[in-house]
Design a binder for this molecule. Structure first.
Ligand code: HEC
Length: 242
């Protein structure tokens, strides 16, 4: 009968090497998850990581500028009347020119907003003392840029493909039902590709944030299974005599 290499054929040195590699990669994975948390948590204004944070990271919040959202929402009571709000929204609509800013918007901000939105107030909120400062809250929020996504995807694809390949090479030395092994060895690659494509799709379809999270979770689970099962079989599993 054809014999494929198994952990029972590996030397102790090889098993030590494999184990040290797997443990280090496992810790690296936990650090990657922590990094992901700190990068995206709180985007939606709430503590912790949520689907909304992921949506904002990739899709942004297209329909609003930060300034428009504020004067339609929590900052509305600071405006003296509806005409002032219309003046600001019109300025955004008309392309945020400096002339129109000076003529129509600056006086409104000066009288109603700058007492808080300035360096003197000491609050860590956007300052509205100059045209440039106000422009910073008038851009449409369109989430991650394509160049940024391309940069992060190529790093992820190259880096993670290597890791998954090496872990898979170790994992296939396990003694397990063949179908199970075939699925578990392919799954992290497939879901990695799905995860990374979903970053781009989420830029267009915000609900794909769920696919980003789901696919990422499957990568983590199948990767974790390979790691734990491999270490277990290397050191604790006694193969049945065949
Ligand atoms: C009494 C102080 C106060 C006044 C007056 C005030 N703001 Fe604010 N503003 C705040 C604080 C505090 C925050 C941050 C808390 C929050 O986001 O709800 C904020 C947040 C904002 C933001 C959101 C910034 C972001 O991070 O997206 C915008 C835009 C804004 N204000 C615009 C205005 C405008 C326009 C006016 C005048 C019509 C105004 N504010 C008047 C205190 C003030």
């Amino acid at each position: 009968m054809l014999h494929f290499r198994r952990f029972s054929d590996a030397s102790i040195s090889e098993k030590i090497l494999d184990t040290m590699f797997l443990i280090t990669i496992g810790i690296g994975y936990l650090a990657a998850i922590a990094n992901l948390y700190y990068t995206h948590q709180g985007r939606d204004g709430e503590e912790g990581l949520s689907v909304q944070d992921v949506t904002l990271a990739y899709y942004g919040s297209h329909n609003q500028t930060r300034l428009g959202a504020a004067i339609n929402g929590p900052m509305e009571p600071n405006l003296p009347n509806a005409a002032a709000k219309t003046a600001i929204l019109d300025w955004i609509q008309n392309g945020t020119t400096e002339e129109e800013f000076k003529a129509k918007v600056k006086p409104i901000l000066q009288n109603n907003c700058v007492m808080c939105h300035s360096a003197e107030s000491g609050m860590s909120i956007p300052h509205f003392e100059s045209y440039e400062q106000v422009l910073e809250v008038t851009g449409t929020d369109t989430g991650a840029t394509i160049p940024a996504l391309v940069r992060v995807s190529h790093i992820h694809l190259f880096g993670i493909a290597f890791i998954l390949f090496l872990i898979g090479r170790i994992f296939i030395l396990c003694e397990l039902p063949v179908m199970f092994k075939r699925v578990i060895v392919a799954a992290p690659f497939i879901f990695l590709l799905l995860d990374i494509s979903s970053w781009f799709i989420t830029k267009i379809i915000p609900d794909f944030a769920y696919v980003v999270i789901g696919a990422g979770a499957v990568v983590g689970i199948t990767f974790g299974m390979q790691l734990v099962i491999s270490i277990y079989q290397m050191w604790l599993y006694k193969p049945k005599a065949s």
